[in-house]
Design a protein around this ligand. Structure first.
Ligand SMILES: O=C(O)CCC(=O)C(=O)O
Ligand SMILES: [Fe+2]
Length: 339
């Protein structure tokens, strides 16, 4: 049954039944212990010491799949205008937002709650979202003016990081250019205050499907990443808060980076916990391959003695189909592509 988005009505006094997660899916069910949250690695994109920057990105990508960037070159006014436009959207009267409402997972732009507006969903995540394609004619007119400069600036950051990631991996600097990074879209996420955050999640555990994601948020707190325990931070299987400095952008690698790098760079698994007080808005800009693009582990890497590709080649369209069908569950998705 289709669900009404959270931001369409008055503030919620209690958690509607469909948003209450089964006990084993609630945020506390996966806390096995406590580690001091590691500081999210800070990569300074300023300056031209690309070797240093590439090394920093490689280290953060290997351990967490997550890092924050400063001196990224996206003007403060451009970030501010984009965030205000996003916040304003969710404050619009319901009928203006519902113009974009759809349960058709392929439609863009698309306004939805949870992941699919309740269509085929056993339970709902405490999130409204506006999904936007990467091409201007499809942009919702209310956000259009802010989207153009923001998307251009953030795409430039992603492209620079992809060039540096290629250098860190020992690939040609241009490895990710062209159709490998020719696609993408944006999630404009909105998490209203939740009357009982222990019963809900804003987004469930997932890795992003593409190469790299650039995230901007208005309120710190909510995003968590899963630790793997094989780096200095320890804490295998633990969720820790992703906290970024004011003005920084948070970046994470997605599944395609893990496949192409044969696991050297991790796709950072993450989720969003809800908060009782402030509404949180975040913008996740995804850079990914064009649908017909063939994706495969980079041959230059697999030449290491005895090393074989972990995943079989596929088209990105095939990958996205599996990702949607498996609702983004990391292991279930990757099982389709493992050798
Ligand atoms: O809201 C966030 O911090 C993360 C959102 C997210 O994971 C996504 O849109 O894929
Ligand atoms: Fe995500």
């Amino acid at each position: 049954m289709a669900a009404e988005p959270l931001s369409n009505g008055a503030a919620h006094q209690s958690v509607p039944g469909r948003y209450i997660l089964p006990v084993h899916k609630r945020p506390s069910s996966s806390v096995k212990g406590k580690v001091a949250p590691p500081v999210l690695p800070i990569v300074d994109l300023g300056g031209d010491d690309d070797v240093r920057i590439a090394e920093e990105i490689f280290r953060a990508g290997r351990e967490f799949g997550f890092f924050q960037v400063v001196n990224h070159g996206v003007p403060e006014e451009v970030m501010g205008a984009m965030m205000r436009a996003a916040e304003d959207f969710f404050g619009l009267p319901a009928d203006e937002k519902m113009v974009y409402y759809s349960t058709d997972g392929k439609k863009l732009p698309r306004f939805h709650t949870s992941t699919r507006n309740g269509d085929g969903e056993e339970f709902l995540y405490w999130r409204d979202c506006l999904k936007i394609g990467c091409h201007p004619p499809e942009w919702p007119h209310k956000l259009g003016a802010a989207l153009e400069p923001y998307t251009a600036a953030v795409t430039a950051v992603a492209r620079r990081v992809l060039r540096l990631a290629a250098v860190g991996l020992g690939l040609e600097e241009e490895h990710f250019e062209g159709s490998l990074s020719g696609g993408g879209m944006m999630n404009v996420n909105h998490y209203p205050p939740c009357p009982d955050p222990s019963l809900t999640l804003g987004t469930g555990p997932h890795c992003d499907p593409g190469l790299v994601t650039v995230l901007m948020e208005n309120v710190g707190g909510g995003l968590q990443m899963l630790l793997h325990g094989d780096g200095d931070a320890g804490g295998s299987g633990m969720w820790v808060d992703v906290e970024a400095a004011p003005g920084a952008l948070v970046l994470n690698f997605g599944h395609q980076m893990e496949v192409i790098s044969n696991g050297r760079l991790r796709s950072g698994e993450h989720r969003v916990v809800t908060g009782a007080r402030a509404a949180r808005t975040s913008l996740a800009s995804f850079v990914w391959p064009e649908l017909e693009c063939a994706v495969a582990t980079a041959q230059e890497l697999v030449l290491a003695p005895g090393e074989v590709p972990l995943y079989r080649p596929y088209s990105y369209g095939e990958f996205l189909g599996v990702y949607v069908a498996e609702a983004g569950h990391r292991d279930a998705v990757m099982a389709h592509f493992k050798h």
